[in-house]
Design a protein around this ligand. Structure first.
Ligand SMILES: [Zn+2]
Length: 141
């Protein structure tokens, strides 16, 4: 079976690239708006006092930030929480339920989705470049 003409493949690649870029932008914006719904973020924005426990230097110390910066003792060393432990903490499935927050959990889900979206964006970009190289080759006598 023959491949479709280069022009058709180029348009399909551009559609894929633009769709992936738009999806990545959508996820990035959704992460910000979702974290703005966290009660800690709402309180932190009222104070703007970076000495407050609501802030970790210039970053809001919301439940997601706490989960991402938390450490646990693993034998004789300290380590960060893994993906599953972060999910458990934000869901409240760990021992203490103080870390639970539906907004931070939703933001965490978006962060995980952003990984896939970044990968698709990278694949789409490589495809556009590959077709660009083919087009250059095809245009040369
Ligand atoms: Zn939260």
């Amino acid at each position: 079976m023959n491949k479709p003409p280069l022009g058709e493949r180029a348009v399909a690649a551009l559609i894929r690239y633009e769709s992936a870029a738009a999806e990545l932008t959508r996820i990035k914006k959704a992460i910000v708006t979702t974290l703005e719904k966290c009660p800690i973020t709402i309180e932190a924005y009222k104070t703007f006092d970076d000495k407050s426990p609501l802030w970790d230097n210039s970053r809001v110390n919301h439940h997601l930030h706490q989960a991402l910066t938390a450490t646990v003792s693993d034998y004789c060393s300290e380590r960060r929480l893994d993906q599953e432990e972060i999910t458990d903490q934000l869901t409240g499935w760990d021992d203490e339920s103080e870390g639970a927050c539906p907004h931070c959990l939703a933001a965490w889900g978006l962060i995980l989705a952003r990984k896939d979206a970044r990968q698709e964006f990278g694949n789409a970009k490589r495809l556009v470049r590959a077709i660009g190289k083919l087009a250059i080759k095809a245009s040369q006598p």
